[in-house]
Design a binder for this molecule. Sequence first.
Ligand code: NAD
Ligand code: UDP
Length: 321
Amino acid sequence: MKKILVTGGAGFLGAFLCERLLAEGHQVTCLDNYYTGAKANIGHLLGRSGFNLIEQSVCDPVAGTYDEIYNFACPASPPHYQADPIYTFKTSVLGTLNMLEHAKKWGAKILQASTSEVYGDPLVHPQNEPYWGNVNPIGVRSCYDEGKRGAETLIYDFQRHHGINVRVVRIFNTYGPGMNPGDGRVVSNFIVQALRDENITIYGDGRQTRSFCYRDDLLEGIIRLMNAPDSVSFPVNIGNPAEFTIRDLANIVLETVSSRSKLIFVPQPQDDPMQRCPDISRAREYLRWEPKVALREGLVATVEYFSERVAIQAVQGVKIA
Ligand code: NAD
Ligand code: UDP
């Protein structure tokens, strides 16, 4: 039984991580300021033995001591992280610095939720971890991309200078039940639009690619990384290497939902990466991990989840997306 802190624990991934770690018998503390997450996401865990909640920013001093810290606090969807880019950058860099200071003081192991965005609009394909990336440092995405790169810099400087025990996971696009329907990312947008028979908004010509990983596969890989030998302190990609164009994704969502929606094409956002696919050789070799859930299968479970949410929110008259 370990004492574990999950920052961003009331978000899409953090809430399921809290639930899983609690089910494994650990004492879990969720820290969140509900910037993009919600108390409702962890409502079913409140009052359970071993679960604690801290409502504050990851940038502020944190009470308690922990064996492990999963640092997930940061808005992750482009519209959310671009809404207040200075907030995003500060959360990523100052939040990680704060967690590293805490880990240093109390001897905790820390796992950083990094991202495929550290590769920017990549010139190497598929992306492997030694690739340094192709990031615009002054564009609209840089608050997130450079924020996460800065966080990685801090992690490895703390490791070199203070001997901190670190893990870095570079997460590739992940989806699944529990996503916020108003999140603004492609999977949630397309499913909500299809369920409502609204136009499916393809940004650009839809030939850009992404590789979609199911939530449970991702969390399995992340927990394996935290529990891997201390020598596995280098960054590890976790994602599903099956690559789809955004247009393919739209058609698969339409088939899954049996919708009457039509595809429409709208301007592509600045610096949108054109091709993304993880090289998961490290995860295979060091974690014995690979994804099990194919996109079509994962979408069925995700659509089921959204069907209930969209129906409920429509009744309540709440606008989604
Ligand atoms: P999310 O937006 O659902 O969750 C982020 C959580 O962090 C939210 O609960 C939010 O309220 C919280 N948060 C934001 N600012 C905070 C602050 N200053 N202090 C405390 N809490 C704060 O996003 P997610 O998809 O669950 O992503 C979780 C982590 O994984 C993020 O760090 C993200 O960068 C990373 N990631 C996710 C994906 C993905 O596809 N889901 C891909 C790459 C990286
Ligand atoms: N996208 C789209 N329509 C949408 C939302 C996103 O075509 O309604 C595209 C977006 O331009 C990008 C891809 O889908 O090429 C993935 O976008 P998302 O915001 O989910 O994540 P990203 O990988 O860009 O962070």
